[in-house]
Design a protein around this ligand. Structure first.
Ligand code: BGC
Length: 250
């Protein structure tokens, strides 16, 4: 029997949701989305998740939620791109109470990385792999021999005297109206810096902007291999569901 799990991905501008076939690593049916409430408080975000959950077919076991923060044992520890009232909140418990189902709550880039390593661009990759999600911020997930080192926050690595994500996120590209050449010059500088520190074998570039990978790929430069994420904007939803299935099987 196919195991189907509801996955959610909370982003700076929208909350996405889908029912995921975790044995096939794909969405069943459409990807739903709703605007992230402003302010994005725990009560507001959980209400949006519950609303999206009702619009989806029921899954089995726990649900998975990808969240744009450091998350330790379900508890939100940072809030760079979400309301500060989340800090200290037990995300897993809040969602479980609202949905009446247990929840796995994890960092959004870690979720996206899990999707790519299990079913996408990183499948079967050993060595050191860095997954990057370009969106409102920059999320990172670090895999060594296929094992995730959770909660790496390399989007906050210092670059040009500021957080790297304030210099090279997809949001910065839009806000400053940068063309591909100018934006990728920033991304290349960031990849270069990361390469000097981690010496990864592969970078996987994700986030919705990776749907345009073919347009900017010729401009990318790194000593490491660079691949486009397979799941682009869906990776967080799929990875959250995969993480929930893994937690259920523990
Ligand atoms: C947060 C990370 C998150 C990334 C992408 C950053 O600002 O600190 O936890 O993964 O944005 O959403």
């Amino acid at each position: 029997m196919t195991c189907k799990i509801q996955g959610f991905d909370v982003g700076g501008s929208s909350v996405k949701a889908g029912l995921v076939d975790v044995d096939g690593g794909q969405l069943i049916g459409e990807l739903l989305s709703a605007p992230t409430p402003r302010p994005a408080t725990p009560a507001g975000v959980v209400e949006v998740i519950a609303g999206l959950s009702r619009r989806l077919p029921q899954g089995s076991g726990r649900v998975g939620v990808a969240f744009p923060s450091v998350v330790k044992k379900g508890i939100v520890r940072t809030a760079a791109n979400i309301d500060a009232s989340w800090i200290g909140a037990d995300g897993a418990e809040l969602v479980a109470d609202a949905l009446g189902q247990p929840a796995e709550f994890l960092n959004d880039a870690d979720a996206a990385g899990i999707a790519e390593m299990r079913w996408g661009a990183g499948r079967g990759e050993l060595g050191t792999v860095v997954m990057l999600t370009f969106g409102t911020g920059i999320g990172t997930a670090l895999f060594i021999e296929g094992q995730l080192l959770p909660n790496t926050e390399l989007g906050h690595m210092e670059l040009r005297g500021m957080d790297a994500e304030k210099w090279a996120s997809a949001h910065v590209k839009t806000a400053l109206n940068l063309d591909w050449t100018d934006w990728i010059a920033r991304v290349n500088e960031y990849l270069d810096r990361m390469h000097a520190l981690l010496w990864p074998d592969m970078f996987i570039l994700g986030g919705a902007v990776s749907e345009r990978f073919a347009d900017f790929a010729p401009l990318l430069r790194s000593e490491a291999r660079i691949c486009s994420a397979r799941f682009a904007g869906q990776a967080g939803v799929i990875g959250a569901a995969l993480a929930a299935a893994e937690a259920d099987s523990r």
